[in-house]
Design a protein around this ligand. Sequence first.
Ligand code: 13P
Length: 341
Amino acid sequence: MYERELAATAKAMVAPSKGLLAADESYSTANKRFEKLGIPTTAEMRQAYRELLFTTPGIGDFLSGVILFDETIRQSTQDGTPFTKVLLDAGIIPGIKLDAGAEALAKAPGETVTQGLDGLRDRIAEYYKMGARFAKWRAVIKIGDNMPSDRCLKTNAHALARYAALCQEGGLVPIVEPEVLMDGDHTLERSYAVHHEVLKTVFDELYIQGVEPDQMILKPSMVISGEKSPQQASVEDVARWTVKCLLERVPAAIPGCAFLSGGQSGELATAHLNAMHVLFKDQLPWQLTFSYSRALQQSAMQIWNGQDANVAAAQKEFYHRAKLNSAAALGQYQPEMEKIA
Ligand code: 13P
């Protein structure tokens, strides 16, 4: 019923030079980031912070969509304009986080399975009415001794695929996000092998559940060295191994992949995306762009620090990071651009 609308939305989400802002941090994640900076963890402060992001002048030039959290999709600006309207007026598609977080997976010590399938059909209908046109579900895969287990991969892939099928049935483009964490001391090669297996398992399940590839977006992690690995791969190697893995495992029929940043610094996440475009220009069957939370927000949040007086400066920083990532999504980013505020 929604096929045409879904395919058009998915294409628009990864339009050249545009990417997504993940602003769907749950209460606990948002509060943790505020606590680190000494910002009060109240609904008012979360509203003020998200208003800062969404009302940044000109931000629609670089963002195709914003992923919202349940609390946020129901909020408005101080002057009473619903956030969904603010985004639509800026040419930005509102989306919604649908997963309910990861919980311990039975008989798989240290691993998790993402929750949220119960009642999902009704929640999708409600968010569609509220203006959301796409959704996100994040599965978490850890690399370690005996991890990831087959059980963890299959269970998470199955849940992702059932979520994605329900989304398409209800008119939301599913963002399918199997995040392989960069925690640990693993090598780039190990990260590649795990990503390979994860993507194979996920696309097999998506096929079984009848998910249409042209009506979804993949949100992958990058193939990267573990953050504690003594051997940190170069920007070019991360770009090469990431694209190699995607070319081997991601059907050409999907419109695009929009990366998570996963704890990389803002500058590194931008440099990695840029290198993929520079090295693989004209060889990519899908769009490659960003769907960052921390790599777009962390410097702006630090500048804001909960103070009204810092809003304009924080918006300037957020605009700057979004602009540089937009350039990276075209392979046109230069490190010198970091200095031009
Ligand atoms: P990070 O870019 O901070 O990894 O967050 C992206 C995201 O949406 C995680 O689900």
